[in-house]
Design a protein around this ligand. Structure first.
Ligand code: SRM
Ligand code: SF4
Length: 577
């Protein structure tokens, strides 16, 4: 390890999480004992850090927090469990098991996430072990879905579209498997696997005893689609297709979304393209990028512990040299790539082999029954007859994949019967919100429960100026951590306090350019008041095919992000319009 890393990790006081990981016996802690304690619905504090590595978060119902506090009752604790589904692919029977689990052990809904997986909310402690066992019975797991490790690897949706998509999916699965922790703790605690003889803890050849300094995220995309937001990840891989085959991948490093309000040393950042590697080298590249961050990431301050800050601190040239040294070869120059959109192509598509695929809109990823749109029951009915797969996208939607031509009418009828076949407005289609209240412990404002209403109001304003069919991306989060990747949207809204948001504008539709802070602390009416004149100006003066955010920059409503600026600071609004 070099002197730089000594400076950051050996001379500073390590964060408390480092000691918890080191003393955890490869992620076991006292979780198993805690599950037996019936006097509380919670686990020991240190164990709640370790359960994250097993895909499990302790939460409490924030809608009930104040009232229970007044009555001096324990918080209404429950757990969120996140499944590991690299590439988002589930079979029909697996979907049905997840659906059953949601109704029997969780809050009766499935939550599709921005990382192509499912979260269950509201699992009480006594249900937790049976729930994880049910996930295991469906041949799935929750290992490394959270925690200081490589998370669920995401890739452009639907491996059944083309052979290229199939290969990218296989690569994502291979990376996910390669970077899984070797500890058997998950199997011992949750599915009662016998303890290893002698009780010795396993070696972690890639991670070591203290795992990563922080979470680590990987996404793989197939141009021209950027449905994974490849620039938002610690490591992004862009498939380079030549003569109908994948020649290799452009390598992108140091992306990330999270920041903290009022702390300019934290910021969203798009990754840097650092070169190209052939397909046979991609696992090696992924492992060594992880290894550099493992050794040089800041382990003293968790707010500075992501790869984006390591690169800002030590420099991109340093990072590339270190990576090349470890690889024993240099990445080739990056190939040229065109990305066109970051959303999903909703509706029917036909694959190379003649099978159909239907990408179904799921508002903010919440699979629940509403009077007009019965998603939970509808998807259950479809999964029961559908011989193909159900594929979760990184935009929180689901693709019903591999529908043979003679089954299309059956699926169409089921969609119709459950109110799922109607059109969705152009703004709504491109909207994403994070979970936020009531489950997220970090939420400062509503997100999932509020964005649908805001979109309805904005769609009225767009219709009034003839822009009903204009696709504009809008994303909201209940705090600045950026779980719905709001800083890459054309319109970004980031929670400040209940009912109040910062408004960001100017992110590109293809997910390659960050937006900028446009107005601080705006409420519902102020958001409408800010956006309505901009919509009108856009309707009157836009060029053909010009996206909203590109227009805002051309028309001078916001200053362009300079080519070299890969991060923005949350300091002052860019311009007074
Ligand atoms: Fe996230 C923390 C939900 C994708 C950045 N995120 C959380 C927690 C676990 C809150 C907590 O730590 O107590 C949220 C649980 C809420 C709940 O009740 O379910 C949460 N994040 C989500 C999900 C479910 C949002 C969604 O609506 O889909 C996404 C689950 C992804 C998955 O399946 O693995 C989710 N989170 C993201 C993304 C987007 C992505 O990965 O592409 C980001 C921004 C990218 C990045 O990491 O930079 C993201 N989440 C964060 C952060 C800030 C991390 C940072 O280093 O800046 C936190 C807070 C933290 O880690 O301390 C966080
Ligand atoms: Fe919670 Fe904030 Fe993530 Fe939303 S962005 S889920 S409020 S941590």
């Amino acid at each position: 390890m070099s002197t730089e890393s000594a400076t950051v990790n050996e001379l500073k006081k390590l964060s408390p999480n480092e000691a918890i990981k080191a003393a955890s016996h490869a992620l076991r802690g006292t979780i198993a004992e805690g599950l037996e304690r019936q006097i509380t619905g919670s686990l020991a504090d240190d164990d709640t850090q370790l359960t994250k590595f097993h895909g499990i978060y302790q939460q409490d119902d924030r809608d009930l927090r104040a009232e229970r506090g007044r009555k001096r009752m324990e918080k209404a604790f429950s757990f969120m469990a996140r499944v590991r589904i690299p590439g988002g692919v589930l079979t029909g029977p697996q979907w049905l098991k997840m659906d059953e689990l949601a109704t029997t052990r969780a809050n009766g809904t499935l939550r599709l996430t921005t990382r192509q997986t499912i979260q269950f909310h509201g699992i009480i402690k006594t249900n937790l072990k049976p729930a994880i066992r049910a996930i295991s019975d469906a041949l799935l797991d929750t290992i490394a879905a959270c925690g200081d490790v490589n998370r669920n690897v995401i890739c452009t949706a639907n491996p059944y579209q083309t052979a290229i998509h199939a290969e990218v999916f296989a690569v994502s699965q291979a990376i996910s498997g390669h970077l899984l922790p070797r500890s058997r703790a998950w199997h011992e605690i949750w599915i009662d696997e016998e303890k290893i003889a002698g009780g010795e803890t396993e070696e972690e050849p890639i991670y070591g005893r203290t795992y990563m300094p922080r979470k680590f995220k990987i996404a793989v995309t197939v141009p021209p689609h950027n449905d994974v937001d490849v620039f938002a990840h610690d490591l992004g891989l862009i498939a380079i297709v030549e003569n109908g085959k994948i020649a290799g991948y452009n390598v992108v490093v140091g992306g990330g979304m999270g920041m903290t309000h009022g702390e300019p040393e934290t910021f969203p950042r798009t990754g840097d393209v650092i070169g190209f590697c052939s397909s046979d080298k991609v696992l090696q590249v992924a492992e060594q990028v992880v290894a550099v961050q493992r050794d040089f990431g800041d382990r003293s301050d968790r707010k500075q512990a992501r790869l984006k800050y390591t690169i800002e601190r030590l420099g991109l040239d340093w990072f590339q040299n270190e990576l090349h040294d470890r690889l024993g070869f240099e990445l080739a120059p990056a190939r040229s790539v065109l990305l066109t959109s970051s959303g999903d192509r909703l509706g029917w598509q036909q694959g190379d082999d003649g099978d159909f695929h239907y990408a179904l809109f799921v508002e903010n990823g919440r699979v629940a029954d509403l009077p007009a749109r019965r998603l939970l029951t509808g998807l259950r009915a479809i999964a029961s007859v559908h011989g193909g797969e159900m594929i979760i996208t990184a935009n929180q939607n689901v693709v019903l994949a591999r529908i043979p031509p003679d089954q299309r009418a059956t699926i169409e009828a089921l969609l119709e019967q459950h109110g799922l076949s109607g059109g969705v407005g152009a703004l709504r289609k491109n909207a994403m919100a994070c979970v936020a209240l009531p489950t997220c412990g970090l939420a400062l404002a509503e997100s999932e429960r509020y964005l649908p209403d805001l979109v309805a109001a904005l769609e009225e304003r767009l219709a009034a100026v003839g822009l009903s069919s204009q696709e504009i991306s809008i994303r909201m989060t209940g705090c600045p951590n950026g779980c719905a990747r709001p800083y890459l949207a054309e319109i970004g809204l980031v929670g400040r306090t209940p009912g109040v948001y910062h408004l960001y504008l100017g992110g590109s539709f293809d997910g390659t350019r960050l937006n900028k802070l446009f107005r601080r602390d705006v409420d519902h009416d102020q958001i409408l008041a800010e956006l309505t004149p901009l919509f009108a100006d856009y309707a009157g003066r836009r060029n053909p095919d010009e996206h909203f955010s590109d227009f805002l920059i051309r028309a001078g409503h916001i200053r362009p992000t300079t080519a070299g600026a890969r991060f923005h600071l949350d300091l002052e609004p860019e311009l007074e319009a």
